[in-house]
Design a binder for this molecule. Structure first.
Ligand code: MV4
Length: 447
């Protein structure tokens, strides 16, 4: 049994985990940096330990400080949230060495999915559709030229240690490849301390759709349908929903089935997400697997009426999965409310929240660590709230979202609320015609 959980994170996700622990009767330990002393996760945890100064590398990324905080408070498990320690296989090994339960997958599963080329080859072997390209790492330029001639241009050079759009470069021709290959290797080495690249044919797919999977330590794996995440800007998701307006029952079954096979191939347990690109003909291609709970997990929760974090903790404690596969019951949408100025290229807008009123009412959920008087530090990401609605239909979820955005009052910092209000009345969004390049092609103010 898990009696006390240390939450190795901050902001809304730390609070989300604390709430789940309280409902399970589990004690909580918050850790915080000097910049987060006044954060809500510190106030709502049973105990709190300061682990260092504001910069992440000196606090939330400092493994000895986190482990020490767990040891002195006698925590028997650590929940990493997302980001920071969530996909750090060495951290999981260290937890194991100290007899602390890491609330997440095994170090081995994280390692294998963290190497994007190993991940792709593992998925291909498990029967998951992948984009044509190199098998494993491309040795040198000669090898690259040969592979590209086989698959045809344009291609994508991708760093095996990259992911989430980092360390990726499009190449149109052999002459371009001759310049780009060495540069891409040097860049990958500089950014990720690993120069290895793999190659894929460029796919003209327009949607980012991901499948939620969930496994336990007894070998059971299920899928919990898809999330539509195509409304993004520079690889930052802004709006997510479940289900996707373009996925039919048959495709959901197919994508779910292969995703479960993929997760089983790495002995996966806990919640995980398999990301796909989906084209206009509804072909789907594996991109990467995220071995963590994700920011957008609430739309899956609201679409199905379940609690993914409570299940994650129970599964980490060794319990069998209690969740069951099910068709979506509701439509859910999430808008990320960031402290950014959408009028000025989404520039970060940290500072003091002078007025804060969160919306409520039927079908409305606000996940936030912010409150009136809270100062948003400039050291971390700019997410201040996730506004989630659920409706019987997509159009009801959209109507609720517009109503909730209209009630949301935040003064003192700029936020993405005006952008989201525009999107909720945008005919393209309402029709479900969204793709990953939409916000590149269109200035949001003129849609
Ligand atoms: C691609 C691609 C086209 N062809 N791979 C970007 C994030 C990472 N998960 C994979 N990404 C892409 N990989 C091939 N072979 C286009 C993208 C891509 C993208 C993917 C999902 C969501 C938004 C995107 C925006 C630009 C490019």
């Amino acid at each position: 049994m898990i009696k006390k959980v240390l939450i190795a994170n901050r902001s809304e996700i730390a609070l989300r985990v604390i709430r789940a622990c309280k409902e399970l009767g589990i004690s909580t330990v918050a850790v915080y940096s000097e910049a987060d002393r006044e954060s809500l996760h510190v106030k709502f945890a049973d105990e709190a330990v300061c682990i260092g100064p504001a910069p992440s590398r000196e606090s939330y990324l400092k493994i000895p400080s986190i482990i020490s905080a767990a040891m002195i408070t006698n925590a028997d498990a650590i929940h990493p949230g997302y980001g920071f320690m969530a996909e750090n296989d060495k951290f999981v090994d260290i937890c194991d060495d100290h007899g602390i339960t890491f609330i997440g997958p095994s170090a081995d599963a994280i390692r294998r999915m963290g190497n994007k080329s190993v991940a792709k080859d593992t998925m291909r072997s498990a029967g998951v559709p992948v984009v044509p390209g190199s098998l494993g790492v491309v040795k040198d330029l000669a090898d690259a030229v040969k592979i590209c001639n086989e698959i045809g241009y344009p291609v994508m050079l991708k760093a095996v240690a990259g992911g989430g759009g980092k360390g990726m470069r499009m190449v149109q021709s052999e002459s371009e490849l001759k310049n780009a290959f060495g540069m891409a290797q040097s860049e990958a080495d500089a950014f990720f301390s690993n120069p290895d690249l793999y190659i894929e044919k460029l796919v003209m797919a327009s949607r980012h759709i991901e499948i939620q999977v969930f496994g336990d330590k007894h070998g059971n794996v299920i899928h919990l349908n898809e999330r539509e995440c195509s409304t993004q800007r520079r690889h930052q998701k802004l709006i997510e929903e479940a289900p996707s307006p373009i996925i039919n029952e048959e495709l959901r079954r197919k994508m779910g089935e292969v995703s479960v096979k993929g997760a089983k191939a790495v002995g996966y347990y806990g919640p995980g997400t398999i990301e796909y690109l989906v084209d206009n003909e509804l072909n789907f291609y594996f991109m990467e697997m995220n071995t963590r709970i994700q920011v957008e997990h609430p739309v899956t929760e609201e679409s199905l009426g379940i609690d993914l974090i409570k299940e994650q903790i129970m599964v980490a404690a060794g319990e069998k999965l209690t969740l069951k596969e099910s068709a979506p019951k509701f439509h859910s949408i999430e808008c990320r409310i960031n402290a950014e100025d959408p009028e000025n290229n989404f520039r970060p807008s940290p500072g003091k929240i002078e007025v804060f009123h969160a919306p409520g009412g039927h079908g409305v959920r606000t996940d936030s660590h912010a409150y009136q008087g809270y100062v948003i530090p400039s050291n971390y990401d700019s997410l201040i709230a996730k506004l989630i609605t659920r409706g019987a239909t997509r159009s009801e979820a959209i109507a609720k979202m517009y109503r909730a955005l209209d009630e949301f009052i935040i003064e003192g910092v700029k936020t993405t609320i005006p952008f989201h209000k525009k999107m909720m009345t945008n005919p393209d969004f309402i029709a479900g015609n969204i793709d990953t390049k939409y916000l590149e092609r269109n200035d949001w103010k003129s849609i």
